[in-house]
Ligand binder design. Sequence first.
Ligand code: FE2
Ligand code: FE2
Length: 214
Amino acid sequence: MNNLRELLKHELGDLLFAEKTILKATKKMAREVSDPAMRERLEAHHGETEGQIQNLERAFEAIGERARAQKCPGILGIVKEHDEFKSDEEPSKPMLEAFDLGSGLRVEHYEIAAYRSATAVAKALGEREVVELLQENLAQEIAMAKFIEAASAATLRMVHAAAQAEENEEGGARRGASKRGASKGGASKGGASKRGGSKGGAKRAASKRTARAG
Ligand SMILES: [Fe+2]
Ligand SMILES: [Fe+2]
C-alpha cells in the first residue's frame, strides 16, 4: 500500500469487522446485565450498531469500493479478555456485571479511536460524505461511553453491597455454627473468621471445579 485512499479503505474494513463483532458481543452482554436501564441501553446500542454497519457500507460506496471487512485483532482481543475473565475467574453474576462495565468502556473507546482516525484520513482526502457517515457513528459511540461511565458508580455500589451482604450472611452462619461447637473464645471472631471465610470460598470453588471435572 502506498496511498491514503487504500488506507481509508483498510480503516473502513477494520471498522466493519469491529462493528460486526460487537453486534454479536452486545447481544451476549445484554444477557449478563441485571440493571434494566443498562440492558435497555445495550439493546438500543445493538440497534445503533446495525445502523453503523449500514453507514460503513455507504462509506465504501461513496469511495467507489465494495464493502469488505478486514480482520481486526484489536476488537477480538477485547472480546477475548472478557471471555477469559469469565472462564479463569469464575465471577459471581454481580462481579461479572461489574467487570462488564470495563469491557464495554474498552469497546467504546476502541471504536472512538478508530472512528476518529478514519475520519482524519477521510478529511485529508476531502471525502466529505465519508466524514459525515463516520461522524454519525462516532457520536453514538461517544454517547454510549458516557452512559457506561455515568452508570458505573451506581452499578458498582450495588454490586459491592450485594457482595458484602453475602459475606455477612456467610459469616453469621459460621459464627452460629462455632457457637454450637466448642468455642476457644474471642480470637476466632475477627480476622480469623474472615480468613476462614475466604478459605471456605476457595474450598467451595475447588469442589465446584472438581464436580465439573468429574
Ligand atoms: Fe459501534
Ligand atoms: Fe459502540
